[in-house]
Each structure stands twice: as C-alpha cells, then as structure tokens.
Design a protein around this ligand. Sequence first.
Ligand SMILES: [Zn+2]
Length: 174
Amino acid sequence: MIPLTLTTEERDLVRTRFLAKVERSEGCWSWKGFTQTPGGRGRMRVKNRVYYAYRIAYILEHGFIPDGMVICHRCDNPSCVRPDHLFAGTQADNTRDMDRKGRRRNKPRYGLDHHKVITSDEQVAWAVEMWSSGRMTQQAIGEALGVKQQTVSGWVHSSGRTAQQRRAQKRPAA
Ligand SMILES: [Zn+2]
C-alpha cells in the first residue's frame, strides 16, 4: 500500500472532487464514482495513483492512515465513504471483523505465493502432520487437497524452518 500524503491545498482539491462523487444521506454515504463491481468499493485517482475511495475519505478526515493499518467499515457497506463509518485497524482486525460478519469469501492464502494456492491454515497443518508422521506421501496429500506435490513440499519445508527458528530464538544469547 503506497502511503498518500497531501498538502493542505491538494487536500482541498481532492475533497472537492471526492464530494462530487458522493451521495450523502442520513446513513451511509454511497460512492457514485468508479467501482469495479456494482455496490463495491469505490476507487479514485489521486496524484496518478488509484486508491480506494474509503481510504481517501479517511485521509480527508484524519490527514493520514496510520502505518500498516487497513481501513474497515463499521457499517459493512463496501461502497460507503462516510468518515464516521470507517475505522483504522490492523489486517488481523479486519479479518476478524469479516469473520464475525460472515463475509470472508476466500480462505487465507498460505505458503508459496507463486503457486497461487488458497488453502486454510488447518489444511496446511493437516498436510504437515500427515507427511511428518509418514502416513501419506506428499503426492497423496496434494491429491487430497487439490494442490501440487511441490506445494505440499513447500509447506513441509517452511514448517520445518519455522520450528528451527523458534528453537533458535529460545537459545540464550551468547
Ligand atoms: Zn456506512
């Protein structure tokens, strides 16, 4: 996420353009500008980059988005850009929030990104356990979960490395 900083002048200009695309109401403020899907998250171009409209809304209200924070909706309406319906949270807050609202569509992506596999932590833990206990081959695990053997190999490898790192951290400093 590229941080967006605006001078006071820039902010005024952005605010004018922003408000022209917002339908304000007693409840949510709907974004009338560009969205990828109807009723989806609004997008707005600022200084040659495209940002989510609700992020712009938050920046206009608060001046900036705290480092590493994501902007969440209290109202569960992705197209809403009403500042007091938005709050900054961690990615974990956002995931928890979505779980609570039951609208998380994808399971967390895990493991080697370039395989573009979306698997749950439970599946990965299961795969590692099956393999390390010798009950299944990596090939068989891959078939059971619908992923490549190389993917399973990656999970096994990274889980081993994590265990090593944990041990290394426990070791007292010399
Ligand atoms: Zn709202």
